[in-house]
Structure formats: C-alpha cells, structure tokens
Design a protein around this ligand. Sequence first.
Ligand code: NDP
Length: 392
Amino acid sequence: MSDTPRGVTILGATGSIGASTLDLIGRHTDRFKLRAVTAHRNAEQLAEIARRFQVELAVISDENQLPILREALAGSGISIAAGCDGLNEAAALDSDIVVAGIVGVAGLSSVLTAVRRGAAVAFANKECLVSAGDLMMREVAAHGATLLPTDSEHNAIFQVFEERNRSAIARLILTASGGPFRDWSMEKMAQATPAQAVAHPNWDMGAKISVDSATMMNKGLEVIEARYLFDMPQDRIDVLIHPQSVVHSMVEYRDGSTLAQFGPPDMRVPIASALAWPERIEGPAEKLDLVAIGELSFSEPDVTRFPSLRLAREALNAGAWAPPILNAANEVAVAAFLDGKIGFLDIAAMVEGVLSKTDAPVPQSLDDVFALDALGRRQAEAFLSPSTRAIG
Ligand code: NDP
C-alpha cells in the first residue's frame, strides 16, 4: 500500500455497514483518510462522525434535517450538502474508494455517480445491483470502475473466484444462516413480531436486511446480485443453509475442488478485505476458533416455508424488468411489517402478488429502472390499502 492514506467516502455512514467501516478506518488512520460521509435523517450522529474524522463533506439526504446538521457542524470548516444532489456530490468527490452502505434502491444514483468517475466501490448495497444489474455492470465496464463485493457471501466468492479459470467453474454456492426463523413452523412465523425478526442469531445488521434474512429474501437478492457481479447464470448459483455462518460461500471447480472462504460472522472481515484490496490489513474481528465451533453443517433451503428465495429466482427468469419490481415490492412490504401494518408471512405474499400482477418492458436506462421501482412501489402500496388488500 502506498504511503499516502487512501481517501474514503462512506455513503450511509450512520448505518451498520457504516459503523463497521468507521471502526476499521479509526484503527488504520495511517492507511485510510475519511473524506466524506452521508446519512438520511440521523443528522446528529452524522455530525459527530464528521467532527471525529475531520471530513471535508457531510451530506444529509433528508433536506428537513439540514438545519440540524448545519447547527451541529457550525464553525467546524466541514462542507455541508443535502438531498439527492448532495449524495451525488459525496460520490463525485475524488476519494479512492466509495463504500456503498445506503440501504435500498435509494443508494442507486450515488453509486452510479461513483462508478461513472471510475472509482473503486466497496459494494454492500445489494438492492442497487438487483434493480439495475445489467445497466450497472455496463457502466462499470464503460468507466473502468472497480466493484469490490462487500456483502459477506460475495466477498467470499470474490476471494476464491479464479477469473483466469472462469470456464472451469462449475457453480457458485451461497451459504445462508437460515435466519432467526430457520426452524419455525408456518403457524409460528405467522405470529412473528418485528422484534423477533430483527434478532438475527449470528449477524448484527440494520433492520431491513435483518427482516430480509428472516424471510430469506436476502438470499434471493444475493442470488440476483451474484448473477450480475460474477456473470454467472442463475442455474449455476446454488444456496445451502449453513447455520454456523462460518463458511461465507464457495466456488466449485470442474476438477472437483471447492474453494471456500471461512471467517467469523463479523462484517469488518469482508469490509477490511474490500478497503485494503488487493492487499490485506490487520482486522479486529475475533479470530475463528474451529475447535470451539466443533461442527459445520449444511442443508437444502426450504422454499415452501421461505418462498422469497423462489420468488427471486422467478424474477430473474422473468426478465430484467422483474428484479426491480421484486425489490421495490419487498422494500414496501418490509417497511409495512416493521410498522406493524402486515404480518410476517404477508411480506412474501405481497411480493408474489405484485410480481404476478405486473409485466413491463426490459429497462434500457436508469430512468426506466426508476420507473419500474415506482411501479413496484405503487402496486405494493395498493396491496396495503384496505379496499384492495388481498393478502394473508
Ligand atoms: P442500516 O439501516 O443500518 O443503514 C442504512 C444507511 O443508509 C444509514 O446511514 C441511513 O441513514 C442511510 N439511508 C437510509 N435510507 C436512506 C435514503 N432514503 N437515502 C439515503 N440514505 C439512506 O443498513 P445496513 O448498514 O444494515 O445495510 C446497508 C446496505 O448494506 C443494505 O443494502 C444491506 O442489504 C447491505 N448489507 C448490510 C450488511 C450488514 O451487516 N448490515 C451485510 C451485507 C449487506 P440514517 O441512519 O440517517 O437513516
């Protein structure tokens, strides 16, 4: 690594990915210099981060929170911006690496801004790739950007994927913990509360991805993400339940070798790998103690109890219009579940209902993707309105 610290921008600095990234940067100030940070509403926390790391730019995307940020950073010399333009300004700053840690398709425009200036992007935000996979990968190629997969499964595959032997790869195997309801009956899941759904047994994550893990939509989104990141047809992307979350994913080669990446379930491991790539840095995560873990187990996912995985595969098969619809409907459904408006099993039912009612042309541009996202949201909201509600 060069003597000059790498400049870093974190999109979504106040979230779970943001916190893990800040922890690593704080331990390696000789290697990394935080230059810009963004948040949505959490202006006070954003200001605290901005002051602690003496960044150049702090951006709040909810413009209503701008006065709070302005007051909290008064006299600091830190530049301030707001709204979607502000997010794009942060992504456009010439940092060496941009951490894509915004949740949801709300992060798409800023990630594309970073890609279009040829940045290295530590890619955690899976919803962007799910919604705009083809377009995103085309932009990456056109602008010479570097995508560093940071979702733990994709980071694992990235670490053991031999590009020079691509034709010798038989399949990718994504592992899944199975989430907090792995062994629950349908009857019990029907009564699951938001607090139970976000209490993941192995990982400490934001609310939305925790609910996605509980429904297993997270794994469905990851199959789509892997499809685009590694240019692999979905029938060569398999999923295995692995409750210990130690093997983070695998690549099976045609000669019979399967290469896997092992690590503790701590996002600082894949984030450290992405930040330092192609080198490695000292990581703070507890080292893996395989003797203490004792046994590693694997089984097939149950798509009857967890239909979201099937829905994601169906969306991939349906054509490029369907993943953004699936993602938008899922974002609305998860938010409604967290708000207590629908039950846990209604999430997948809503997504399935929206997908089955929709047909649309393949998106050709980012505007088309945003239009599909808006359509998926409208369809999902219609399921929520009392007059049209047909789920459960
Ligand atoms: P969190 O909910 O913890 O944090 C989300 C971040 O995005 C916050 O900084 C939040 O700001 C910001 N944000 C939320 N809504 C918007 C919006 N509309 N516009 C702009 N910014 C917004 O999420 P996670 O960190 O858990 O997840 C981030 C992404 O990384 C997701 O796509 C997730 O799937 C992926 N991921 C996360 C993992 C994890 O361990 N957490 C693991 C693998 C992938 P504010 O705080 O102000 O609301």
